[in-house]
Design a binder for this molecule. Structure first.
Ligand SMILES: [Mn+2]
Length: 430
């Protein structure tokens, strides 16, 4: 069954908005020219930017209180890819898909590859899951996985990760990400040093099996599901573990995995400086790991993170090659709309970071002039770059207004009829 968006519909919708866009684009082009910035170069950058979509992001998420399923939710990896294709068709910056195993374990990897290829999609990374028990699982992860006190549980968790690497190699992924739920709810429950040693030993066993062209990302998180102490709680421990493992192990930063008020852009800068920034999970939050849409709460923070990333990109920091991905849970929105909006926000922050007058910023720093230094950043952040983003989408064959085109396409209504609700959907929050 095919649910592809009709390209004529996209063209018709774009036709309605192209005149206004052209006007706004030309106006912004003149503004930027006064600042010696070539708008065309930025549009080319926006067209080249890539952020991966997590397969679990197209399902409706939930909290620990409830989950309110939406209509037409995808029930398997093929239907998830159909929804991912809609996002990619309209925003164009999201051809990469990140898989979660075993939720997305295919019967035939070759069939899954063909299915993705036909849609212009590819596989970006795999994610293991040892934070919940599967129906056919021998040993429980209730008290941990890679850091469990029982060697047999650790072995089971290692074997699962090795299976992910094998599937990932066939899918052609560039990275495997490990996030664990291991930790403790109460003081004294785990030996803080020994649990980290066990975790690191397990990671060494996984690292040894890493295919040649694949990188291993480890994802830290301050709390949850463990509420007293998590085994990989911070970027510092993550950096230590990545360094111990070797050249192909890196730290992954999930924006929601830090305490409120943490200076995440500084963490980004540190990891870049130490050569260990592997990837990003974008989302936004107010209090904790809220997994809200990227840029919805703290757009300035997202800009400041990209300011560090673009600074490293322009400087050509050796080995700097972060993998970008959205990692969100959509509880009250249509996941396709949230993913499109979030992908656009991420490109927005990236392009704004390219507007920073870095010579002016460097001069202000040298002169110890905080006002001009801050203004150098604010001038970039306060520039409305939406015409650049819309033009980049339009020139790439996407939609000038993706949400409007999506809503008028009737896609959600069509899949709601074709996909009766299923209790087996694995919408994840990590
Ligand atoms: Mn994450």
């Amino acid at each position: 069954m095919a649910f592809e968006l009709d390209s004529e519909h996209i063209a018709d919708e774009n036709h309605k908005g192209i005149e206004a866009l052209q006007e706004d684009y030309e106006h912004l082009g003149r503004q930027l020219a006064r600042r010696s910035i070539d708008i065309e170069k930025l549009t080319v950058r926006a067209m080249a930017f890539r952020v991966a979509i997590p397969s679990w992001g197209v399902g409706t998420g939930g909290t620990r209180f409830a989950r309110f399923p939406g209509p037409g939710e995808p029930r398997n990896i093929f239907e998830k890819l159909e929804d991912c294709e809609v996002v990619f068709t309209l925003v164009r910056s999201t051809p990469g898909i990140s898989l979660h195993l075993p939720w997305d374990r295919p019967d035939s990897v070759a069939e899954l590859c063909r299915f993705a290829e036909r849609r212009g999609l590819s596989f970006d990374s795999t994610n293991s899951n040892t934070f919940q028990d599967q129906p056919d699982q021998k040993l429980s992860y209730k008290f941990g996985s890679l850091a469990h006190t029982d060697a047999a549980v650790r072995r089971q968790a290692i074997e699962h990760n090795v299976e992910c690497l094998e599937i990932g190699a066939k899918l052609g992924v560039r990275a495997h990400t490990v996030w664990i739920g291991d930790g403790s709810n109460f003081p004294g429950q785990i030996h803080l040093r020994e649990s980290l040693s066990r975790y690191l030993d397990s990671l060494r066993a996984i690292y040894r099996e890493l295919p040649g062209d694949c990188r291993l990302f480890i994802e830290h998180k301050l709390y949850e599901p463990a509420f007293y102490a998590t085994v990989l709680e911070s970027w510092g421990t993550s950096y230590y573990c990545a360094s111990e493992l070797g050249d192909r192990a890196f730290s992954l930063v999930d924006l929601g995995h830090h305490a409120p008020c943490t200076n995440i852009e500084q963490i980004v800068a540190r990891l870049i400086q130490f050569g260990k920034l592997g990837g990003f999970h974008f989302n936004d939050s107010m209090y904790g790991d809220d997994d809200l849409d990227a840029g919805s709460i703290k757009p300035f923070q997202l800009f400041l993170v990209f300011n560090e990333l673009v600074d490293a990109e322009l400087e050509g920091v050796p080995g700097f090659d972060p993998a970008y991905m959205l990692d969100q849970s959509h509880n009250v929105t249509d996941p396709i709309e949230s993913l499109m909006t979030s992908a656009i926000e991420v490109v927005r922050a990236y392009i704004q970071a390219h507007l920073v007058d870095r010579a002016r910023l460097a001069d202000a720093r040298a002169a110890n002039d905080p006002v001009i230094a801050l203004n150098s950043l604010k001038d970039a952040f306060n520039t409305d770059v939406r015409p650049i983003l819309a033009m980049a989408r339009h020139r790439s064959g996407g939609a000038i207004d993706p949400v409007a085109v999506y809503r008028s396409s009737g896609y959600r209504q069509r899949v709601a009829r074709a996909r009766p609700a299923s209790a087996r959907l694995g919408a994840g929050i990590i």
